[in-house]
Each structure stands twice: as C-alpha cells, then as structure tokens.
Design a protein around this ligand. Structure first.
Ligand code: PMP
Length: 358
C-alpha cells in the first residue's frame, strides 16, 4: 500500500438498488411510487425560469420549509430540509450522534445506518428483531449514544405502535431518538405529535415514496426549534445550498396537493392488501406490512432463484443475501396491473418448478 493511501478515510459504501432502464421492465425493487407526481409539479417545472439558474438558490429553502410546516401545523423553525432523507439522516448522524457511546438500531433495518455510523466513526450496537421481525422496545431501554429506527421498519414493513415509540423516547431523554418515517404515509401512525412533548425526538420523512418524487431528492426533518437549529449549524458548515431552485418549486407544488397525495396513497394501500391475499394463495408468508412493499418468503422456493428468474424477465425486486433476510424478497407495490403481471409470472414459475400445489 502506498503511504498516501494510509491517510484515506476508507469506507464500505451503501449499495443502492439497481436502476435498470428497459422499456418493458416492471420495477419493484426500490420502493418508488408507481404514480406520477401531483399535477402541480409539472406546472412548477414548466414555470421554472432558466435565467434564474445563474443565481444561487435560497440557502434556507424558506418556501419549501414553510409549505411543509403549514402542511403539518408546525412553525417554520421546526422543519429542516435536505437532498432526500438520506441527506437529512446523514446530517442528523453527524449532528446528534456525537457522544461517543454506541448508538442503537435494529439488526435488520435500513442498510445505510451502519454505513453512516462507519463513515462518521460512530460506535453502534444492533439489538435483534424478534423472530417475527418486530422491534422489542425493551432492547432500547439501556445506556446509549442515540437511537434510530424506521417506522415502519425496512425491509420488513413492520410498524411499531405509537405508544411503544413514546416509551422509547421517554426512556432516552438524554440522547436523540430519530424515527425515520420514509414509509409512514402508507398506514402507520406518525410520531410527529410527540415532538411537542419531547425535545429529544426527531421525525424524518421524504418526498420519495408517498409523494412520488424520488427523482427530485427532497427529505425533511421535524423536531423542536433547538434540534433544527443544531442541524442547520452542521448543514451550513458543510454545504449551504443543498436545495436547488427546481426542487424547492417542485416540492412546494407537491406538498400543497393533499387530495392527490391521499388518493395515490389509498390506491397503493389497496393494491398492497390485494397483493398480500394473492401472495398467500401462492404459499408465501410475511409479516403484516404497513409500507409500500412486502417482505415475503416461501417455504419451497429459494428467494435467490426466484429473484434471478424474475430479473431475466425484466421484473425487478430486491434481494438481501445473507443472514436472516437470505430467503426473503422485498417486493415494492406497483400499480394493480404491474402486480398482476408479477403474480402471474410467479405462479407460472412455481408451477413449472413444481414448488407449489395448485
Ligand atoms: N429511510 C429508509 C428506511 C429508506 O428505505 C429510504 C429509501 N432508500 C430512505 C430513508 C431514503 O430515501 P430518500 O433519500 O429517497 O428520501
């Protein structure tokens, strides 16, 4: 190894889901929304003035912060925005998990958490989910440097009741507890009301899933003004202009269309519940998902083989090899038609391979 290489910050990076680009593909691998963004987003993009791009955007992204605050009945000082919730979460790790004690997150969870912890040299411990992939709140009642978990959890889709979240926050008032609510709009109760009661709670959400804007990269955190100020201090020490002009305008348009948001979330929830019934008929089992995906396993059909067979037919789902997730597939909920095609293929595959009695 060269001497200069010894000074490198070496990290094992997060592996994002594949982004293939075939015209005939069915993409159920990265939990995107199958419906387009709210109609107002297209208008906002058309109205974007190219000439204005020579100017820096508003570093505080005030219009977007205000629109989000209004939507949730908060003060602007309670909202922080970033380039997707990945950016917001990374900033939060850097800002809040600075005490030197191990932070806690589940053994099976969003696989970016250990990457950020390693990147920022934050020690961590990972309490095991129970045999049904549920978080045991008692595992988080011990000394730690901070806590983070998604609700519902990913890739399991399992959600934790608000009373359990409050217990975790109340037991940990000397550290920051972050609830990553990337998938909360598909049927889980948000911890947001608790931010008025607990200064140590940060709730993070995203426009990528329920607002159909993964390509625009907008995420946000909500918490008490003091937490938001500390986050902004770190952000301004890193990159002042995180939100570009286009994202700000498109984000405002998206959050203002509550009707479209509810309509598309309802459609996804209905398709998810229908897909659960169909998957059960084919012999799959899974914990009850409240997200826009289902984390399923089959007693006769190895997940990896099915993953490959689907892939060869340009149907993409996500597979996490190794450990307790080895025999599961995470299947994003697409449109009803996409799910019919997916299930049709799976049924034929199980028949052909003689893996299930019909
Ligand atoms: N949290 C969880 C649990 C996720 O699954 C994802 C999506 N990969 C994110 C955060 C980040 O999403 P985004 O950066 O698109 O907001």
């Amino acid at each position: 190894m060269s001497n200069w290489e010894k000074n490198i910050r070496r990290v094992t990076p997060y592996t994002p889901g594949e982004q293939p680009n075939q015209p005939d593909m069915i993409k159920l691998n990265t939990n995107e929304n199958p419906y387009p963004p709210a109609p107002g987003v297209a208008r906002a993009l058309r109205d974007t003035e190219t000439d204005a791009l020579r100017l820096y955007p508003d570093p505080a992204a005030k219009d977007l912060v205000h629109a989000i605050a209004e939507e949730y009945g908060l003060q602007d000082e309670q909202v922080f925005v970033g380039v997707g919730s990945d950016d917001v979460l990374a900033m939060s790790f850097l800002t809040f998990f600075n005490g030197g004690k191990p932070i806690l997150f589940p053994d099976i969870t969003y696989s970016f958490y250990d990457v950020w912890a390693d990147l920022f040299r934050i020690p961590y411990e990972r309490p095991e989910l129970d045999a049904h992939f549920h978080i045991r709140k008692e595992d988080y009642f011990r000394e730690n440097g901070g806590i983070i978990f998604p609700n519902p959890n990913a890739p399991t889709g399992v959600s934790l009741p608000l009373s359990d979240i409050e217990d975790i926050v109340a037991h940990n008032q000397d550290v920051i507890v972050i609830v990553d609510e990337a998938y909360v709009d598909f049927g889980t109760q948000s911890a947001l009301p608790l931010i008025e009661k607990y200064e140590n709670l940060l709730v993070v959400q995203t426009f990528s899933k329920s607002r159909s804007m993964a390509g625009m990269r907008i995420g946000y955190a909500m918490g008490c003004p003091k937490l938001i100020k500390y986050l902004n201090d770190v952000k301004y020490s890193f990159n002042s202009y995180t939100m570009n002009r286009t994202s700000i305008a498109a984000g405002v348009a998206a959050i203002r269309d509550q009707e479209y948001f509810l309509e598309t979330c309802t459609k996804i929830i209905e398709t998810r519940e229908w897909t659960k019934k169909e998957l059960k008929k084919l012999g799959f089992t899974f914990e009850d998902s409240k997200a826009n995906f289902i984390f399923a396993t089959h007693e006769n059909c190895p997940a990896q083989k099915l993953f490959q067979a689907l892939r060869e037919h340009h149907i993409y789902v996500r597979y996490f090899p190794g450990g307790r997730t080895e025999n599961h597939l995470r299947i994003t909920i697409g449109t009803r038609e996409e799910m019919e095609t997916f299930l049709g293929f799976v049924k034929e595959y199980l028949k052909k391979e003689n893996l299930w009695k019909f």
